[in-house]
Design a protein around this ligand. Structure first.
Ligand code: OGA
Ligand code: ZN
Ligand code: ZN
Length: 390
């Protein structure tokens, strides 16, 4: 028996600092020291090699990870000069380091975290809308159950648009539905009413039609998620419009790749000003990641500020903007439906554009209550629900 085991035998293996289950991986059958790494083999024949520095960094003992917060305390700045002694026992790998410190790793925990493993994610990948897309609807009563909320969260992260239906016609219900996470306050407040106002400071507070747009493109980080809860919709007109940026970007790449390059590589100005605010940013209309996937779209023609470009670049930029605008507003991409009182529509404001048809405020009342949320809070809720629901 090696000294490492002797040192740890007296206490039970430490609790790994994780809330996600890891116990189900196969047991380790071999651990062999190589140069500055440990070659591991599990009983199902899987191999991996982990650097000793990585193993030291991931020690889960109470000195290396705070037992209550589960946060890392260890700082990996010291070289590992001498190999630890290695023991496999009780489904754990024990390493006793040169200074006497002992680290214990559960076999299943290491199995899940080996570099070759595809990382488990409770989150669905975003999926561009298909031709016959219509948003998933979850009844309000179901939304209040873990399964119903999970369905809604999954649809939101996958499609960027989802409905809650059959909801009560009570003021502020939008805030109660949103209060699972902190709401994102903006210069329009933490919660806003959309109806025509006598002295509007935004196009949304008039009765005019709103072409497709995102809200607050003039912020460094526009709100991720917008909730619009319909309390009254008796006016004629006012139909809701949506289009998926992820789908439209793919169509633009096919139809006019040069336009996509121009719109994603040319920062332009966005600015909102009223009596008390002046919020401005320079950013491209389309931001793509290194794989060419959409990160965010900033399209909002009334908050777009002076186009400050070299004169010889302007014609090409306007032409690219026109191509994108026409694609978004085409029948192939724009979805239209009437929001009924008791329905809440939610959408990913940085992916899915929204708008509305003009309405006649003299023909009846139209009243929506809205708020914004961070996408992190949706992802967090879904991960938490995945711990307990199948
Ligand atoms: C908004 C908005 C849409 C609507 O408030 O930003 O776009 O249907 N409203 O009134
Ligand atoms: Zn430790
Ligand atoms: Zn809007």
């Amino acid at each position: 028996m090696t000294s490492a085991l002797a040192a740890t035998e007296k206490r039970s293996p430490p609790q790994m600092s994780e809330l996600t289950p890891y116990e189900h991986g196969p047991a380790l059958s071999d651990a062999t020291l190589t140069d500055s790494s440990l070659a591991l083999t599990w009983e199902d024949g899987t191999h991996t090699t982990l650097p000793l520095l990585w193993l030291r960094d991931h020690c889960a003992c109470a000195q290396c990870r705070h037992p209550q917060t589960r946060e890392r305390l260890y700082l990996p700045l010291d070289d590992i000069e001498q190999a630890p002694s290695v023991t496999l026992a009780d489904g754990h790998l024990y390493l006793q380091w040169q200074d006497g410190h002992v680290s214990a790793f559960h076999s299943g925990w290491l199995y899940q975290r080996r570099p070759e493993a595809t990382r488990f994610s409770a989150l669905p990948a975003p999926q561009p809308w298909r031709d016959d897309f219509f948003p998933e609807g979850v009844r309000h009563a179901d939304f209040l159950t873990p399964e119903g909320e999970k369905t809604w969260l999954t649809a939101m992260l996958r499609d960027g648009l989802a409905l809650v239906t059959d909801a009560p016609l009570v003021e502020e219900e939008v805030s109660r539905l949103a209060e699972r996470g902190p709401q994102r306050a903006t210069n329009f407040g933490g919660r806003f009413n959309v109806r025509s106002k006598p002295t509007p400071n935004n196009a949304a507070y008039t009765a005019v039609g709103l072409p497709l747009h995102i809200d607050l493109p003039n912020w460094q980080q526009p709100p991720d998620i917008q909730l619009l809860y319909c309390l009254q919709n008796d006016a004629s007109g006012g139909e809701s419009l949506f289009a998926d940026g992820a789908r439209v970007i793919n169509a633009l790449r096919e139809q006019d790749p040069e336009a996509l390059v121009i719109l994603s590589e040319t920062p332009i100005d966005f600015r909102f000003q009223d009596d008390t605010h002046d919020i401005a940013i320079k950013a491209p209309v389309i931001t793509l990641d290194s794989q060419g996937e959409l990160v965010e779209i900033r399209l909002n023609n009334w908050i777009r500020d002076t186009l400050h470009l070299p004169a010889e670049k302007m014609a090409a930029w306007y032409s690219a903007y026109k191509a994108l605008w026409q694609l978004f507003h085409s029948d192939a991409h724009q979805l239209e439906f009437t929001l009924k009182p008791g329905q809440m529509v939610a959408f990913d404001n940085r992916r899915v554009l929204h708008g509305r048809r003009e309405f006649d405020p003299n023909s009846g009342a139209r009243h929506l209550q809205g708020t914004y949320l961070d996408r992190d809070m949706l992802a967090s809720r879904l991960r938490v629900l995945a711990r307990t629901t199948a």
